[in-house]
Design a protein around this ligand. Structure first.
Ligand code: NAP
Length: 294
């Protein structure tokens, strides 16, 4: 299968590396060209294209992993965009988290050009991207899902077909709001515990081993305790996702109060300058509020 991969950031570089090592005929493009050149040095069998349009010629599938809807639109349908180089029938698979409305609109435009389209956002963060063990939540036709499977299986272990176009995004943004609310609850618990004089190591050990445990506890308790905000998932990207979820809650006419509270905490952390570091830094505004240091 010939694949073009557009966007080699934290996630895209690791996902594309799995395609390269698992035998796909891979062409890559990245906005900052030096990143793509460095990738090709590590993976000599990979070709580097000068534009998304060039990357998409003579390929079966075009994957995108950039940040948001306007970026995907630009990379696929803007000047030099991949859709201008792809043959009709090419499958486009967007793995970025761009929200339901943007994915639905993009799918319509690509389908009008005779292309296939899947919205296939991921969960699992950079360690799972690296190991090829991501979860993909996929929206689109059953036939396109089958066509995309070989490449998706090279990058992930759980592929969930959530329904028509947009429903991969729908599941993804609700999932991320739950993860962010979990992380915010953890941060608040650590602050209460610190103020009350609890042994934080003992507390985390107990939380992690029982009913209150979660992947967020496993991944974020240590960074919160040690103020190590090395970026696995940028705080501003999590804020974007929680806002997408709140748009869906509003459209559905139901409140999601824990997501709303989490959005406020993330927005304040972003305003404090933590937008580009890991979202474990959401604990910082809570520490500032309570005058607590861990
Ligand atoms: P990232 O490290 O910031 O990478 C962003 C990528 O988008 C880079 O390749 C960047 O290119 C490119 N880009 C930025 N602005 C662009 C533009 N205007 N036009 C074209 N390309 C542009 O982000 P990431 O962590 O890989 O996340 C990518 C997506 O996956 C996001 O939607 C995020 O919400 C989602 N996601 C992330 C994680 C995670 O744990 N990190 C987990 C699940 C989902 P340059 O190199 O030129 O900047």
């Amino acid at each position: 299968m010939r694949v073009a991969f557009l966007g080699l950031g934290i996630m895209g570089s690791r996902m594309a590396a799995n395609l390269a090592t698992k035998g796909f005929e891979l062409t890559v493009w990245n906005r900052t060209g030096s990143v793509a050149e460095a990738f090709a040095v590590q993976h000599p069998q990979v070709s580097v294209a000068a534009s998304p349009q060039a990357a998409a010629t003579e390929t079966d599938a075009v994957f995108t992993m950039v940040v948001d809807g306007p970026q995907v639109e630009q990379v696929l349908l803007g000047d030099g965009g991949a859709a201008h180089g792809a043959a009709p029938g090419t499958l486009f698979v967007d793995c970025s988290t761009i929200g339901v409305a943007a994915a639905t609109a993009l799918g319509r435009r690509l389908e009008a050009l005779g292309m296939g389209f899947l919205d296939a956002p991921v969960t699992g963060s950079s360690p799972k991207a690296q190991d090829g063990t991501l979860t993909f939540m996929v929206g689109g036709s059953a036939a396109d899902f089958e066509r995309g499977k070989p490449a998706l299986e090279a990058m992930g272990t759980l592929l969930v077909h959530g329904g028509p176009t947009g429903h991969g995004q729908l599941i993804k943004v609700i999932n991320n709001a739950v993860a962010a609310a979990n992380a915010t609850t953890l941060a608040q618990a650590l602050i209460v515990a610190a103020r009350a004089g609890a042994d934080l190591e003992a507390l985390v050990k107990v939380i992690a081993s029982g009913a209150a445990g979660s992947t967020m506890v496993d991944l974020k308790a240590r960074p919160m305790l040690t103020h190590d905000y090395t970026t696995l998932f940028k705080l501003d990207h999590m804020l974007k996702d929680v806002r997408f979820c709140l748009e869906e809650a509003q459209a559905a006419g139901v409140p999601f109060e824990f997501a709303q509270a989490t959005e406020l905490v993330l927005a304040r952390a972003s305003a404090m300058g933590y937008g580009d570091v890991d979202f474990a830094a959401l604990i910082e505004p809570l520490k500032a509020d309570s005058g607590t240091s861990l």
